[in-house]
Design a binder for this molecule. Sequence first.
Ligand SMILES: Nc1nc2c(c(=O)[nH]1)N[C@H]1C(S)=C(S)[C@@H](COP(=O)(O)OP(=O)(O)OC[C@H]3O[C@@H](n4cnc5c(N)ncnc54)[C@H](O)[C@@H]3O)O[C@H]1N2
Ligand code: MOO
Length: 614
Amino acid sequence: MSQIHASLPLLGFAAFSGTGKTILLEAILPKLVARGIRVAVIKHAHHDFDIDQPGKDSHRLRKAGASQMLISSRCRHALVTETPDQEATLPHLIAQLDQTQLDLILVEGFKKLSFPKIELHRAEVGKPWLHPTDHNIIAVAANVPIPASGSAPLAEKPPLPLLDINNLDQITDFVVSFIQGKVHATQLEQPQGLQCGDLTPPGMLSVAEGRERILGHIVPLTQSQTVNLKTALGHIVAHDVLSPVNVPQHTNSAMDGYAIRGDDLACASYEVVAHVMAGHSYDLPLEKGQAVRIMTGAAVPKFADTVVMREQAEQTDTALDNVIKTTVRFNLAMASIHPGQNVRQAGEDLALGQTAVAAGSKITAPELGMIASLGINQVTVKKPVRVAIFSTGDEVQHPGEAQQNNCIYDANRYTLHAMLTQAGCEVIDLGIIEDCEAALEATLQQGSEQADLILSSGGVSVGDADYIKTVLDKLGQINFWRINMRPGRPLAFGQINDTPFFGLPGNPVAVMVVFLQFVEPAIRKLQGITDWQPQVFNAIATERFRSRPHRTEYTRGIFSFDANGRLIVKSTGQQGSGILRSMSEANCLVEVLPEQTNAEIGDLVRIIPLQGRI
Ligand SMILES: Nc1nc2c(c(=O)[nH]1)N[C@H]1C(S)=C(S)[C@@H](COP(=O)(O)OP(=O)(O)OC[C@H]3O[C@@H](n4cnc5c(N)ncnc54)[C@H](O)[C@@H]3O)O[C@H]1N2
Ligand code: MOO
């Protein structure tokens, strides 16, 4: 049974019936409250309990079919949820509590689940002790000493604190010490054996330190090329694009309607002196009492600064001495008229000489449209970063080949190819390099001559390090780091003939996570994008995300909005760093920071959306 955790201290009282659990809880609750502790109680009951009274409105509505009944008054509210198919789990019940308003969760019952508990024991009830078989018991409150045989299975552990079941102040003191973290659940289930990453050798770098060191060695590339506008999509602008014109060119109408003067709003009707279509103009200054009928986008005449929508206007043609006079009146009951309404000012989008797209920006749809709107059809962009990639390992095979015994197909060159293409890079694929010094040396030489950045995968953990290290030491300045993160702990970084080199770990998920955390920031700097930051949000954890202190843990996650519009996140399930499916099912990485040890249900966690990056 896995341990149940909550962000708040969670403490149970375990006893056989007849021991007086509820009486004891009822007696210590006022003592806890008197010490300023805000307590929630979760109580287990027999299978068909009903909190509602037959005949009450809430009961009638529930019996009529409401699967949830929320009843509220000024003093309290209660939610009754029918669970005909399956009883709610304790973690689910904990998640229902408003943990921002609490300091402690007390649990009565749920005896068989794993979480810290105080055992209550009265000799006269005549039942056996619980702690010999329940390793989650952290103290015993009894009216007799604990018999030596009762604690025998835990003999190697410190003896359990023994409290007097009739001494309420002593029990209260113990609960307060538990909340304050002074009592540790020394008896609780410990993980069996060491797991990958449990050892934290000295000399590890944090994610932030690793990234800082890498970026310190990256110099933005300067080569640029002038390309046709459509070809520039996805590229990085090399120089500021300045507006050679005002956008819009003239002050113009934002609506189909009538342009009038803002200092002439009191007329009952206006003489319509012209009809102006988009692309045309009325070149005389507008006099008081006059209006021009105008289409959206058409320039407003001099002095006309206000447009009234056509829906609000009534136009009348009157024949006078064989001349047709057109007038318009406005329905002010529909909407009042404000000076300056429905007019777009010349240069309000971009003024002459203003920076339209700054150097270092990526050209996406709006930038493409904006540059076009300036009348510019060519743009100078940074040359794409050329990235050489190769895989290492005699066990790695090309997809399409017949699978050999004990071999795996190369996934890493494909994920890297995709992420690099997504980041706007030109990929130079150097293939799979056999485990041989000469081949590796030749490949690295080739990469450093042809590319701005070299990425390899595999062979950077302790197993192969010596052989690769010899070649890397010969050709350049490479550091073999261990980053305090999971996945992606081993990482090599340095220069081969001045070309930055990343030796990524071989595990396929580690490759992707390390790419996102270290390689993409380096590429953005090479591209000349200053202070590139990935998108990060906070979401509510709907399950426990494990992490060790000081380590950054990247769990593949799925974020969504719950029925109350809150951003929530769950994991994709199994998280092995060879399970590429976990990346495919994820829409984010859940980042549990070094200062956070585990994230519990209901905690806020950082999520890094993956859309557009993988
Ligand atoms: N004694 C230790 N062993 C390992 C440690 C450690 O600290 N001490 N770290 C583990 C971690 S964490 C990782 S990550 C890996 C990284 O190892 P390498 O970078 O040396 O990678 P390989 O051993 O070559 O491969 C690891 C794994 O990935 C598979 N692989 C390799 N290349 C590809 C590819 N192109 N496509 C798909 N899969 C690939 C390879 O077959 C292995 O299964 O080391 C741990 N060990
Ligand atoms: O956790 Mo490793 O760094 O990916 O297997």
